[in-house]
Design a protein around this ligand. Structure first.
Ligand code: SF4
Ligand code: SF4
Ligand code: FES
Length: 272
């Protein structure tokens, strides 16, 4: 927590001011410097698990979301070494889960996919694809949980526990078998509700928590990251708002009819 005492630090040779007690990430956000992140989300307690926000402070690699900014710190953020670590972590997430972007409901608003684009990752790497067999829990009338796309960021756990006061989600298993479980035999056995913050578009960064009946609501070209790369809201000095609030929702009729609230000028008339 910030105590309003001003401190000075250097990031990639640039001197910035911060408040004592701020995390490095929050200090950089305030200066329009975007540090990549996946497990961190505005309004949730930082967890420091994905390490995509890695920076080097006085020669030591730390997580910017949990590391307090200290007076006189010398921070490496965009060096080849640090960017290489971040890229590798993102690459490994693709190889560790089952990610088929073209058929994923979250495509275009997914933070993992957007991070890959930001890092210029477009090809498979030499890492093996683990192709795990993971459950899909579609038992709840309004919500589905597709573990194939889960990146174990824990944002749903913290949102349910700290914001909703419910504890719907939890980590289960260990090591390579670790996954997100629910507080019951299946989602339908829990007190999960579509109106929970944990089920909102702000929380799950990928297409794991799915709101039934609301999929594919933005046409290609109008999805959140089609034109704005991830982090541009911070780099453009706009408020560090919840990413989900930037999403334009165009509900697609299940019978392929187009609702009146869609701007018809954006609809491709060629239906062939
Ligand atoms: S969750 Fe993201 S990365 Fe995974 S398949 Fe969906 S769009 Fe692609
Ligand atoms: S379900 Fe979504 S929010 Fe929860 S851990 Fe997996 S990716 Fe993160
Ligand atoms: S955003 Fe800092 S460790 Fe995930």
């Amino acid at each position: 927590m910030s105590d309003n005492k001003k401190i000075t630090l250097t990031i990639d040779g640039k001197t910035i001011q911060a408040e004592s007690g701020q995390s490095i990430m929050n200090a950089c956000d305030a200066q329009g410097i975007y540090i990549p992140r996946l497990c961190d989300s505005t309004g949730l307690v930082p967890q420091g698990s994905c390490r995509v926000c890695s920076v080097k402070v006085n020669g030591r690699v730390v997580a910017a979301c949990t590391q307090p900014a200290e007076d006189g710190a010398n921070i490496e953020h965009e060096s080849d070494e640090i960017q290489g670590y971040r890229k590798d972590l993102v690459r490994m997430l693709f190889h560790e889960g089952n990610h088929l972007c073209p058929i994923c409901e979250a495509s275009g608003r997914c933070e993992l996919q957007a991070m890959a684009y930001r890092f210029g990752i477009s090809q498979a790497t030499t890492y093996p694809y683990l192709q795990p067999v993971r459950p899909v829990d579609a038992s709840h009338p309004d919500i589905a949980l597709d573990n194939n796309r889960c990146i174990l960021c824990g944002r749903c756990i913290r949102a349910s526990r700290d914001v909703d006061g419910k504890n719907v989600f939890e980590y289960v298993g260990r090591g390579i078998h670790k996954r997100i479980g629910v507080n019951g035999d299946c989602l339908a056995d829990t007190n999960a509700d579509l109106n929970d913050y944990a089920m909102s578009l702000e929380v799950c960064p990928v297409g794991c928590i799915i709101r039934k009946g609301e999929g594919f609501f933005s046409p290609v070209g109008e999805r959140q990251y089609d034109s704005d790369k991830i982090g541009s809201n911070i780099e453009n000095h706009t408020a560090h708002s919840s990413l989900g609030k930037l999403i334009k929702v165009h509900q697609i009729d299940p019978n392929d009819a187009i609702h009146d609230d869609i701007d018809q000028s954006n609809v491709n008339e060629d239906k062939s």
